[in-house]
Design a protein around this ligand. Structure first.
Ligand SMILES: Cc1cc2nc3c(=O)[nH]c(=O)nc-3n(C[C@H](O)[C@H](O)[C@H](O)COP(=O)(O)OP(=O)(O)OC[C@H]3O[C@@H](n4cnc5c(N)ncnc54)[C@H](O)[C@@H]3O)c2cc1C
Length: 744
């Protein structure tokens, strides 16, 4: 078996090994074992902000949100000067920097909540704040910087005296970031009048967020030492350095124009630029460790920034689309009452619940010391994909109202930004196909990594002894998982040890059965395909989908209990559960249909589906219940959208909708009264004077109805422009930006 395992093991490059080794495993390992300990999850402390963090959210974050007008930002091509100053001076660039260095020193949970609130107002605002706090100079310095670098840069970053960016991507190296052609050569040169050991750098980077306005550039490049000035290796490997952007030779300042958004993003170049060795992050001892440093930082960052932005979008869609579906009437009724519209509304509501649940728990795990790289990948992919679906659904429900761009349109800017979230921090197809299961299978699996390590041992006897021990444990777990999966799928996990929580026991049981089945199927797939599974992306992507659904459903159940198991939230839990179980069933089926070893596919089919494929998606009744929750005012709607900025100013885009929603609720109440009296016509306008005379409604109610109808009418209006205004805008975008950038 050892010989067989050595043969089927995937050949692994150093960069792959670093990527796989990055971060830690947590609940993902429980799911991979096929024996998830639900009590462990339930006992996990309820995520909570400190009073100071809450005060920051209620104070400066709310103030910043009030300053952000996304339409104006998109027109101006930048945040206002007032917003930029506020971001710098109030500490937004130092959320993750410890207090000792003058930063806010907030938790990952607070960081995530701040990103959610700002992004719900403006994607440009959200990206501008999230990037310096995510994978970038501050995080790298905190983990790897020398004392001198930390003491110099961190207080300056926290105060906003420095604006950072981080450049990895280049024209030839996108997803395959390890293929960067940017290079540095170790050499001596004259620097500030002294012969100094350093690096002569040449780079060509693109897509770099904040680069056009950055004062320090974090740069990833491959380091070479042909003269062996620092060791005996020619090629040292990926190295990271921090370079002030006013350093001679650094070319920076031109802008890309990403998906109509106005956050700062652009290329940077440099040719034969000499930097002293002390500018390498972590100093000379960290040369060649850049890839591992990046992977470690990405492990945590990926779980916060883009999932936060996606949660913001989902909550924003839930609040405003639910409201609009009630306000807007066609064929005499609110459009949200049509069965066809209930379906997207339910999806939006359910997604807003699940994304908040997953973001909250994962951020909390980071605060408890985890660097959940697999879970970060799950969140990055699924949060952004589900956000994409939410945005499409919200656009569909709004119809033309969301298509006509202008200051009244509160959806279009975020809708356009969706591909940004899909592409950055690991483009989604790659993340789904390679990272989630690929990394999860090796890191989360209880035995695989140990077997790989044993197989790599050169000494034959020791390799055999270590391998034997692990392999037989593995075999025992595999046969146990196969049997338990078959048994639980027969019995609906009736005898599984799952928690007793009112109303959701059945979800725990099915989740348990699915987790055991996943462990068994994943094990057989890895055992029979070995390294070949890496190339069978369609299989590993689908197994990754199952793992992701198991994780996100675990988060949903955890949130439900942490929130005090409110009965009113039950439709959202049930919708998520039914959709997840149906999806899991479909993914298992797709894996088995495509599995190349046919006898094993049939065996696994007998284990996974002993009673056939009998899970069904959410029924219309359930979708209606979910849709109603976001079309009605109340605690559930407020709880579902708790993270976002709610504007109540009726002259602003979303404030107008909030106002009209309240008016529509009043309108519907009065009209119900009229309808119930059988004195109002079924169609057309009722004769109000007659209704007052007959005592059906009071004069006050008649006035309120007239006011509500006018408010609603105003809210469905869209913008129109003087043709000259549109022509001048077209002229100014994006060429105007280039002109401005070129002019400095
Ligand atoms: C708005 C924006 C901001 C950015 N900010 C920064 C920044 O600040 N710093 C920085 O360094 N970079 C930044 N990036 C770069 C970003 O990380 C890359 O765009 C990303 O890594 C993808 O690279 P690519 O665009 O070249 O796509 P490509 O690598 O060309 O990929 C094209 C497609 O192929 C798929 N694909 C590639 N390989 C595989 C595979 N093995 N299996 C399956 N599918 C695969 C991808 O998923 C994608 O769908 C930014 C990009 C954008 C758009």
């Amino acid at each position: 078996m050892l010989a067989y395992v050595r043969k089927v093991l995937p050949p692994m490059s150093d960069t792959e090994r670093d990527a796989i080794a990055a971060g830690t495993v947590w609940w993902d390992a429980d799911l991979f074992s096929g024996k998830p300990d639900w009590e462990k999850l339930r006992r996990y402390p309820k995520p909570a902000l400190t009073p100071e963090e809450q005060a920051f959210l209620d104070g400066p974050v709310t103030q910043l949100c009030a300053m952000l007008d996304d339409w104006q930002i998109r027109r101006d091509g930048d945040l206002s000067e007032e917003a930029w100053n506020f971001i710098r001076t109030e500490g937004f660039l130092g959320i993750i920097i410890p207090k000792a260095y003058g930063g806010l020193g907030f938790s990952a949970l607070a960081h995530s909540n701040i990103v959610i609130k700002i992004s719900s107002r403006s994607v440009t605002g959200g990206v501008t704040v999230m990037v310096p706090n995510s994978l970038g100079p501050a995080e790298l310095l905190l983990r790897y910087g020398t004392d001198q670098q930390r003491n110099y840069y961190l207080p300056r970053l926290a105060r906003g005296d420095e604006l950072p960016c981080f450049a990895l991507t280049g024209p030839e190296a996108g997803s395959d970031a390890a293929a960067i052609s940017d290079s540095g050569v170790v050499c001596y040169a004259d620097y500030k009048g002294q012969r100094t050991l350093g690096i002569r750098l040449t780079w060509n980077k693109r897509y770099i967020t904040l680069a056009p306005v950055a004062t320090i550039l974090g740069l990833a490049f491959k380091l070479h030492d042909p003269e062996h000035l620092v060791g005996d290796k020619d090629d040292i490997g990926v190295t990271l350095a921090l370079i002030p952007t006013d350093h001679p030779g650094v070319e920076i300042g031109r802008r890309h124009f990403p998906a109509g958004q106005s956050f700062q993003n652009g290329p940077t170049h440099g040719k034969d630029v000499f930097i002293p060795m002390e500018w390498v992050i972590g100093g000379q001892k960290m040369i060649g460790h850049g890839w591992r440093m990046l992977m470690d930082c990405l492990a945590a960052g990926r779980a916060i920034s883009l999932p936060g932005l996606s949660t913001a979008a989902a909550q924003f869609c839930a609040r405003n689309t639910g409201a609009y579906a009630r306000i807007r009437r066609q064929f005499g009724i609110s459009v949200g009452k049509f069965e066809g519209v209930e379906e997207p509304l339910a999806r939006i509501a359910g997604t807003a619940y699940a994304l908040e649940a997953a973001g909250r728990l994962t951020a909390s795990a980071i605060d408890h010391g985890e660097q959940p790289s697999v879970l970060g990948g799950i969140l990055k992919y699924h949060a952004t994909e589900r956000m994409r679906q939410c945005m499409n659904d919200a656009m569909d429900v709004h119809g033309g109202r969301a298509i006509m761009d202008g200051p009244r349109n509160y959806l279009f800017g975020t809708y356009m930004s969706v591909p940004v979230a899909i592409t950055v921090e690991g483009a989604n197809i790659l993340t789904r196909s390679l990272i989630i299961f690929g990394q999860g299978a090796i890191r989360g699996h209880p035995h695989i990594l140990k077997e790989i390590e044993a197989a790599a041992i050169k000494d034959g006897d020791e390799a055999l002894a270590r391998f034997d021990e692990e392999f037989f444990r593995h075999l025992r777990d595999l046969s146990s998982n196969m049997f338990r999966a078959w048994f639980h799928n027969w019995t609906g996990a009736f005898l599984a040890h799952t928690p007793h929580v009112n109303g959701v026991e059945w979800i725990y049981r099915r989740l348990h059965a699915n987790a055991v089945t996943f462990a068994a199927v994943a094990d057989v797939a890895m055992g029979l395909l070995g390294g070949e599974l890496k190339r069978k992306e369609s299989l590993s992507a689908r197994l990754g989908d199952v793992l992701s659904d198991l994780y996100i459903m675990s988060c949903v159940l955890k949130r439900y209990e942490d929130d005090g198991a409110p009965a009113e939230d039950m439709p959202l839990i049930e919708w998520n559960a039914r959709e997840a179980f149906y999806r899991i069933q479909t993914r298992f089926d797709e894996v088995l249909v495509n599995f190349p070893v046919r006898w094993a596919a049939w065996l696994m089919r007998a284990v996974a589906f002993p009673l056939g494929r009998h899970r069904r998606p959410a029924k219309q009744r359930l979708m209606r219940a979910c849709a109603q929750l976001i079309m009605s005012p109340g605690a559930v709607r407020d709880r579902l959208t708790v993270g976002i900025y709610v504007d109540r100013d009726p002259t602003h885009a979303t404030g107008r909708i909030e106002n009209a929603f309240a008016a529509a609720v009043e309108r519907d109440r009065i009209e119900d009264k009229i309808r119930a009296s059988h004195k109002g016509p079924r169609k057309g306008s009722p004769d109000i004077a007659l209704l007052i005379r007959d005592g059906v409604i009071t004069q006050g109610e008649a006035d309120a109805l007239a006011r509500a109808i006018a408010t609603v009418r105003e809210a469905i209006d869209v913008d129109d422009f003087d043709p000259a205004e549109i022509a001048s805008r077209e002229e100014s975008e994006p060429h105007g930006l280039q002109r401005r950038a070129a002019a400095g």
